[in-house]
Design a protein around this ligand. Structure first.
Ligand code: HEC
Length: 117
């Protein structure tokens, strides 16, 4: 009963489109150690620590797992395109994507100074 009330509250608070996106793909767990191994292919641009090593590449450390899975899936499906990413993505299997997302999302990130605070 409580869960139902909570679900109703959430449904009112979140637009339907967001709710669909959030509930559609079940998030696989991913193997962090295997992800670290696979991350050697990403190291030159994103770092093994998830901190970008080239100006064009974003930091991946501490990024949410669902977001990483989504972006890698989009690159693989050709929905998102980037010259550099297209070199590595075709070889990634779905379990590699889950493992890489588990690894990069598990890197702890500490926030320092935030402008305006
Ligand atoms: C040769 C450099 C290079 C390599 C190697 C590389 N990437 Fe990237 N990656 C990039 C660049 C550049 C972007 C930014 C793409 C854009 O501007 O859309 C990117 C974007 C991403 C994004 C999207 C992040 C976001 O915040 O939207 C993810 C996730 C990602 N890379 C994961 C990986 C993984 C995992 C690997 C290894 C399997 C990898 N990349 C290997 C250069 C690289």
């Amino acid at each position: 009963m409580i869960a139902h009330k909570l679900a109703m509250k959430v449904r009112h608070a979140i637009p339907a489109t967001v709710l669909i996106a959030a509930t559609a793909p079940a998030l696989a767990d991913g193997d962090i150690a295997a992800g670290r191994e696979a991350a050697h292919q990403c190291e030159v641009c994103h770092g093994l620590d998830g901190q970008s090593k080239i100006p064009e590449a974003p930091n991946l450390a501490g990024q949410t797992q669902a977001y990483l899975v989504k972006q890698l899936g989009d690159f693989k499906a050709g929905k998102r395109e980037n010259e550099m990413m297209s070199v590595v993505v075709p070889a990634l299997k779905p379990e590699d994507i889950d493992n890489l997302a588990a690894y990069y999302s598990a890197i702890e990130v500490k926030i320092g100074k935030v402008p305006g605070e």
